[in-house]
Design a protein around this ligand. Structure first.
Ligand SMILES: Cc1cc2nc3c(=O)[nH]c(=O)nc-3n(C[C@H](O)[C@H](O)[C@H](O)COP(=O)(O)OP(=O)(O)OC[C@H]3O[C@@H](n4cnc5c(N)ncnc54)[C@H](O)[C@@H]3O)c2cc1C
Length: 228
């Protein structure tokens, strides 16, 4: 849970897209979700399994979208600390804070996020707009041959996760501004509204970025945000 520090939002929204950061996800600690079903005037309790959690995904973004109000989320935390610091910069920051502890991980995550992500109260932004694409090992290996520095995270024997931020950066979009919208200068996954931009302008920018990444790398990056 400490890896999810400083993700803005309510507890009720956390299971909706199965919020995640720094190698962990809300579903690692959620055991059940309670909801109100307005159409049937009844409460419903879903086990973690029934929530069908996936990468930035759950039943609340699919079959149950707009049909339930999440009223409670049940978490089970381990009595023994389990450290997840496989992201290089996180483990370096934890070391600098004095070594491995849950508190240091939380402090490190907050420090990194504050440094990298714009504060929505000061600069309107979407947070991470795109999901990290998961591709076949064959596709990842072919890309690694062309781009040896490309970050990659092994998901399984067949699949590899790529860093959408890196792909966007390498496509020349990090820090680029087009009118009232743009891509944040230090975090390529974050789209920024410099003031007065419409939703349509943000979407047009997002589509141009998707096209640029597809042209350069042959990889389709999907949007993480929930579109209506
Ligand atoms: C600067 C920034 C950084 C971010 N970093 C991350 C990150 O690292 N990882 C990550 O996963 N996300 C991240 N996000 C996205 C965001 O924080 C999460 O999606 C968060 O869960 C949104 O919470 P919210 O309360 O604002 O929900 P909203 O944006 O208001 O709602 C999100 C969706 O959930 C539904 N919903 C909300 N509450 C309920 C409820 N009680 N019952 C049923 N449906 C509900 C809404 O209808 C909507 O479809 C970031 C966003 C920003 C702006």
């Amino acid at each position: 849970m400490e890896n999810l520090s400083w993700i803005p939002g309510s507890v009720g929204a956390a299971p909706v897209q199965n919020i995640g950061a720094y190698g962990t996800e809300a579903c690692c600690v959620i055991t059940a979700v309670e909801c109100y079903v307005p159409a049937e005037h009844r409460m419903m309790r879903l086990s973690a399994e029934a929530c069908c959690f996936g990468y930035r995904d759950s039943i609340f973004k699919r079959e149950l979208q707009g049909r339930v109000v999440i009223t409670a989320v049940e978490f089970a935390l381990s009595l023994k600390p389990l450290f997840h610091v496989r992201y290089g910069e996180l483990s370096r920051e934890v070391e600098q804070l004095g070594g491995m502890s849950l508190e240091h991980i939380r402090q490190a995550v907050i420090a990194i996020r504050k440094h990298k992500l714009p504060d929505p109260k000061q600069l309107g932004n979407t947070g991470s707009f795109f999901k990290n694409p998961v591709v076949s090992r064959a596709v990842a290996d072919a890309l690694t041959e062309r781009f040896p520095d490309m970050p990659r995270y092994e998901v399984s024997n067949e699949e590899v996760k790529l860093a959408a931020g890196w792909l966007i950066d390498q496509s020349g979009w990090r820090g680029r501004r087009e009118g009232k919208v743009g891509v944040h200068e230090s975090q390529a996954l974050v789209l920024v509204n410099y003031g007065g931009a419409t939703g349509a302008e943000v979407m047009a920018l997002a589509h141009r970025i998707q096209e640029a990444v597809a042209t350069q790398f042959g990889v389709q990056i999907e949007m993480e945000v929930n579109l209506r």
